[in-house]
Design a protein around this ligand. Sequence first.
Ligand SMILES: C[S@@+](CC[C@H](N)C(=O)[O-])C[C@H]1O[C@@H](n2cnc3c(N)ncnc32)[C@H](O)[C@@H]1O
Length: 255
Amino acid sequence: MKGNIGTPFFTGFPVDPALDWQMSRAEKYCLIDLMNHLKPEVAIEIGTYKGGSLQVIQHFSNEVYSIDISPAPKKFLEPKFPHVHFIVGEGDKLVHELFTRIDQEGKKLGFVLVDGDHTCAGVQRDLHAILSYPHKHPFVILLHDSFNPQCRKGISTIPYKNYPAVEYVELDYITGSFWHNDTYREMWGGLAMIRVNPGNQQPLHILASQGHLYRRAFWGSTHLIKDRLSFLGPWKKALYRMLGKPYRTDIYDEF
Ligand SMILES: C[S@@+](CC[C@H](N)C(=O)[O-])C[C@H]1O[C@@H](n2cnc3c(N)ncnc32)[C@H](O)[C@@H]1O
């Protein structure tokens, strides 16, 4: 089943195989169980894509806002999930407005999935936007692709001391993968978890429980060179063609 990574995947959750779900098997199990545990009143997803993760989030939440920069997810998924609020735009520019709306309606935000812009700056923008709001209730943030060096840097370089409500950060809540799906020595996947608790009094410890694995993989990865050449981005397609390599915009396939 091309596109639906992590198959075969056995679970009691009624997974729709028609919805491409861009997560590994471990990440899928985690999301299902975490959502079943949290059962949030309101959840927000940044990065809808083809609705894979959304099918789980909407199943366990009373209300969901799913944001994507592309209008395609709204167009294709609205008929399937009529109760989800699909929003087209950039996550970091939209979340404050949503938080305010949720507060004004007297509801509680319980969960945010960050899986949109995967650049270091993009992850930082999303996190700053989420953490800089004066939240009234505790909630959980999951960030996908925390094993990817750019995403990981985006998560780990946030000055958390400026956000005292952050009580827990674990970069490797679920470990990611190295060199899968023909991505030639690339690192992807992984889920980071951040717990926000406005009543937090404890000092924050930032955990990276698979830091050794991450560093081992990094020194054998193409990110060492590739990420430094990211300024060549606009010419990437032509470069791949010159080298006779297929240019893939979709880094995920089958785990
Ligand atoms: C990796 S996919 C999301 C996968 C999905 N969460 C899942 O598990 O199946 C990333 C999505 O984020 C969207 N995206 C990229 N940058 C964004 C941004 N700044 N704000 C919102 N969405 C963004 C892309 O259009 C794409 O659909």
